[in-house]
Design a protein around this ligand. Sequence first.
Ligand SMILES: Cc1ncc(C[n+]2csc(CCOP(=O)(O)OP(=O)(O)O)c2C)c(N)n1
Length: 278
Amino acid sequence: MDLESIVKEIRKKVLIMCYHAGGGHVAPSFSCVELLIALYFKILRIDKNNYNNDDRDRFILSKGHASALLYAILAEKGFIDKNILNTFCQKDSILGGHPEKHLVHGVEMSTGSLGHGLSYGAGIALAGKINKKSYRVFALLSDGECQEGSVWEAALFASHHKLDHLIAIVDHNKLQSLDKVDNILTLNPFVEKWQSFGWEVREINGHNMKEIIDVLEKIPFSKNKPSVVIAHTIKGKGVSFMENNPIWHYRIPHTKEEWEIACKELGIDKSEFREVFK
Ligand SMILES: Cc1ncc(C[n+]2csc(CCOP(=O)(O)OP(=O)(O)O)c2C)c(N)n1
């Protein structure tokens, strides 16, 4: 399958998983589908059969609430069984609303409490540098998450230690839980902020697969500096009524009409949702 087809399949899968769960973060997942597909299918040097290899690349989903997306991709890559995806967020399932490292094969860090992925990643990158390893550490952050002070402490630390194998990717969808990031606590000037913390910055369209792969193939952007990719994205990308509307941060479709539109726009066969459509 080509990458664009995988992107479509994964968006469908995430909605179906959230349907069976009766909840979940659909819109936050949809803003970073292309970013994670590019990473898992083109960039990351990881192998499900040799995952404990210390030389593997690390990927940290710091915005852990997009766990449904991570699970769908881990299943596609063979880390977990596809048959358990529809147990997402249900009793006794290993697939919780936030990913747990010790339960799910392929999860690098248990996340959910925002603001910690970059610090953890910086530590692993420093260890790699001390031990002369060649692995890279990628952390996907959300923009609301960048309001956390711990993100900027990690940013200072990473540039001080010249961690050029550390890459932050910011899913810059401009929304957080209840409103626009700019209305709650603005990050601007965002690019200059990262630069002043000693990072090399690139901005891309986070839904354009070619742009994503092109930029990630060029890391580190500068020797001895950590890299950050600010990916401009749309929260809820793929479902028209969810796009750029903060009420969809946690909600899943409720009415029959909402399900109809979402299925049509994502190309989902309605038989997957028998209870909704009968
Ligand atoms: C430390 C912490 N505080 C609060 C929350 C609750 N919470 C979950 S998602 C979210 C914000 C979502 O906005 P953003 O971080 O921009 O993510 P995205 O828009 O990509 O969903 C918050 C406050 C949390 N997970 N962690």
